[in-house]
Design a protein around this ligand. Structure first.
Ligand code: SAM
Ligand code: SF4
Length: 383
């Protein structure tokens, strides 16, 4: 297990959405007509069990994700934060973030009052036709109103946009992103549309009813994204994330990218704590279906625990670390796992201009970032 002082984050998965977007393969369920009180109770019981496992450690972040956690009642958010504070303690300046759907803007004031300080808003697109195709229950005007409301209420606001949408040209994305950059936000999450297996979009694509832009177009959009965000003073600090300097980066997400520790509560939430060199890395996945999770939490079986081998741990750390512009430290990788990257592959990628090796640090070049996942697999030990 990690030293008690090592940073620990808490992820809270709220699995309900007003409606399910046709591109989304997260662990989500229709909210309509649900009594969510048993879920909250289960999450709090799960949190108490985590405290028994981790022992006393302060939380550096609490992140409400989903699903649509902006559908939570402010009192439910408050209950999670109060219990987290009581069981663990919140470190000074802890990041308290929540993912919100613009359609829930009437709830933002309550969410702020409950203690959330960072809101990330699923704007997705800035034109009505695209939003309709994405199955969203808000138009552009509604999304912009929600953004303005969020900026007035929360110290930190980020928006999510999805690019490489059907029919979208590089020029159209350039114009849309330029507009988004004009809103003066300090953080943007810009995701390339992924056609996830099993989603409504995947079914449409299979029968030829949805045509995603070709790979070269998507790659050109990625390039445009890097250039425009940088020119606007937002560093592309991670493949899909852009911030005005270190202070505005998502501190919670950095825990995932740097192989730090986090615990997760709520259906389908994942957790990782500890490191093999200091006594083993523990992984956990919560039961996916909300009803099963609620039953499991009552019996103490909501989480399936697993031991992450040193090799798996090293592979995860390389995959996640390469997503960061700053890359990762190989000495830290060896210290945590006893493994290093494949030296021959590292040298080959460096010669090809895809990877930079500076002392112990390994990071992708801008060209390399286009192939981050493939390069990570080849580079990781045992890959
Ligand atoms: C949990 S949602 C954000 C909050 C809220 N549920 C919403 O949609 O407004 C997380 C984000 O993941 C992104 N996302 C989900 N599925 C995606 C996909 N298939 N391709 C690209 N981005 C996706 C969207 O930008 C979405 O805002
Ligand atoms: S994108 Fe957001 S609102 Fe849509 S289904 Fe996924 S989690 Fe729910």
């Amino acid at each position: 297990m990690s030293a008690p002082s090592a940073p620990l984050g808490l992820y809270v998965h709220w699995p309900y959405c007003a409606r399910i977007c046709p591109y989304c393969d997260f662990n989500v369920y229709r909210a309509k007509g649900r009594d969510t009180a048993p879920l909250l109770e289960a999450m709090l019981a799960d949190l108490a069990r985590w405290r028994e496992i981790t022992g006393p450690r302060d939380l550096v972040s609490v992140h409400f994700g989903g699903g649509t956690p902006s559908l939570m009642e402010p009192a439910q958010i408050e209950a999670v934060l109060e219990t987290a504070g009581r069981l663990f303690g919140l470190a000074p300046g802890a990041e308290i973030g929540l993912e919100a759907n613009p359609a829930e803007k009437a709830r933002f004031a309550g969410i702020r009052a409950a203690g959330v300080e960072r809101l990330s808003l699923g704007v997705q697109a800035l034109d009505d036709e695209s939003l309709a195709r994405l199955g969203r229950d808000h138009g552009t005007a509604g999304a912009l109103e929600a953004m303005a409301a969020a900026q007035a209420l929360f110290p930190r606001v980020s928006i999510d946009l999805i690019y490489a949408r059907e029919g979208q040209s590089v020029e159209a994305w350039e114009a849309e992103l330029t507009r988004a950059l004009g809103f003066g936000l300090d953080h943007l999450s810009l995701y390339q549309l992924t056609i996830e297996p099993g989603t409504a979009f995947a079914k449409r694509a299979e029968r030829g009813a949805l045509l995603a832009p070709p790979e070269e177009t998507a790659a050109a959009m990625f390039e445009v994204t890097q250039t425009l965000t940088q020119a606007a003073g937002l560093d592309p600090y991670e493949i899909s994330n852009h911030a005005r300097g270190r202070a505005h980066q998502s501190r919670h997400n950095r825990l995932y990218w740097t192989g730090a520790d986090w615990i997760g509560i709520g259906p389908g939430a994942h957790s990782r704590i500890g490191a093999p060199r200091t006594g083993g890395r523990l992984g956990a996945s919560a039961l996916d279906r909300p009803e099963r999770y609620v039953e499991g939490a009552a019996k103490g079986t909501a989480q399936a625990m697993e031991t992450i081998s040193a090799l798996e741990d090293a592979q995860e750390r390389v995959l996640m670390g390469l997503r960061l512009a700053e890359g990762f430290d190989r000495a830290a990788l060896r210290a945590a796992t006893g493994h290093d990257v494949d030296e021959a592959e590292a040298q080959r990628f460096a010669r090809q201009g895809l990877l930079v090796l500076e002392g112990e640090r390994a990071r992708l070049t801008r060209a390399g970032r286009l192939y981050a996942d493939g390069l990570a697999v080849a580079l990781a030990p045992g890959g």
